[in-house]
Design a protein around this ligand. Sequence first.
Ligand code: NAD
Ligand code: UGA
Length: 468
Amino acid sequence: MEIKNICCIGAGYVGGPTMAIIAQKCPSINVTVVDINEKRIAAWNDEDLSKLPVYEPGLDKVVADARGRNLFFSTEVDKAIDKADMVFISVNTPTKTYGKGKGMAADLKYIELCARQIARVATTDKIVVEKSTLPVRTASAIKSILDNTGNGSNAKFQILSNPEFLAEGTAVTDLLDPDRVLIGGDTSTEEGKEAIQALVSVYANWVPQNQILTTNVWSSELSKLTANAFLAQRVSSINSLSELCEKTEADVDEVARAIGMDSRIGPKFLKSSVGFGGSCFQKDILNLVYIAKSYGLVEVADYWEQVIIMNDHQKRRFAHNIISTLFNTVSGKKIAFLGWAFKKDTNDTRESAAIYVADELLNEQSNISAYDPKVQAEQMYADLDYLNTRSSEENRNGLTAFDNAYDACKDAHAIAVLTEWDEFTTYDWQKIYDGMQKPAFLFDGRDVLDTKKLEEIGFVCYTIGKGM
Ligand code: NAD
Ligand code: UGA
């Protein structure tokens, strides 16, 4: 079966870049990305490519190549669904904030709405692809909705799981050259196998066949949660040791290097930090913990929950270290934040460590001045407001955003580096030092700065896993 029209529901950090690459690499397939968020769709269609709603290095060029040719962004969801042979569901699956499973389970309401909408409008057969990250066994719920809530047409549905492994900030290269593409489907029927092959053929336009892995649906769904849990576990593991390093004069980078050269351990994802952020690690592990609990697997649940507990500790520890170093009070003191995004090269701030560190410092009545090359003031306020710790007005009084680092650092008692943006290494640090209160403290939560040089200037520096 040859795919001619693809619809993707959800024009976010995954739907946008993923579909842009499919369109670029498969000129014979028409790809329409739809969303109910009109502002987001308008931004995807903006002539000015610097206004795309997702900042990813190289994405503007990919969109420029394909948009209007075989890549379209639209709010006409029904129309795009009905025209498509293959419908990707790439909507958000956040942690539930209410009811049963609150704070742990994935909220599947958007997924269910998509399934119902597909069933309602489909007049021809469709392959429905789970691109969102979902609890294992969600495909059975989607199938039940698709098979039982139809519009009377004879449309038949096959469900595939095709989780996305891209990381933000490197989405374009990850999509162009993925370690693997994972496709789960119903391997027990001919129709199921055909559907799997149809999606394999799409990816085969640019991904070598031996890197396209096919499995049953449940393995595919569970592998995505497992991959994120393993990745986050590595970060929490090295972060747990960063605290021990600070007590013992071991250097966390030297330890990471020493263990990473063991080919069984490997060197990647061992960078100690102020804590992992991002929209998925925490939510997916909490979801895994919830699933394990719901099967009565208490030890399994506790084992993975520890990854989150460690991460929360790392963020809090960083903030408390700032407070104790600044003579046990930050009240009324200006603390400059360099970076707000959860990692470099993205404008995404979801679950960023910066938000939680700011929250702790605002509790101690400090004045935060923040600068991030890709994050605006309104996003920072929205992130703080979301925590519900204090009123929106208090957040606005407590934090001021700047459009450059020099102004943000002027008169500050301390600088905290929360994101590893490359540009931070290029600053005139003498100039920054001259404008600060003394002693001029610097807390590098990302180990990006050359602290030896900064100490020669006069800064008092702390680096995660290395101490003062
Ligand atoms: P996102 O919030 O950026 O985008 C989701 C979009 O879906 C939003 O624009 C929203 O308006 C839209 N939407 C929701 N319900 C809709 C509906 N009924 N009809 C039309 N549009 C609807 O989310 P994201 O970061 O792109 O993540 C999407 C999924 O991919 C999640 O399950 C996430 O876990 C997974 N994932 C994310 C990443 C990542 O790096 N962000 C990587 C791999 C997997
Ligand atoms: C992560 C995974 O890497 C992707 O494979 C996955 O598709 C995605 O989650 C998802 O499902 O959403 P992402 O969150 O975009 O991607 O970014 P990462 O590079 O994994 O970084 C996550 C967080 O961990 C960041 O805050 C980063 O700074 C931190 N991190 C990462 C460290 O502190 N140390 C490291 O060594 C690596």
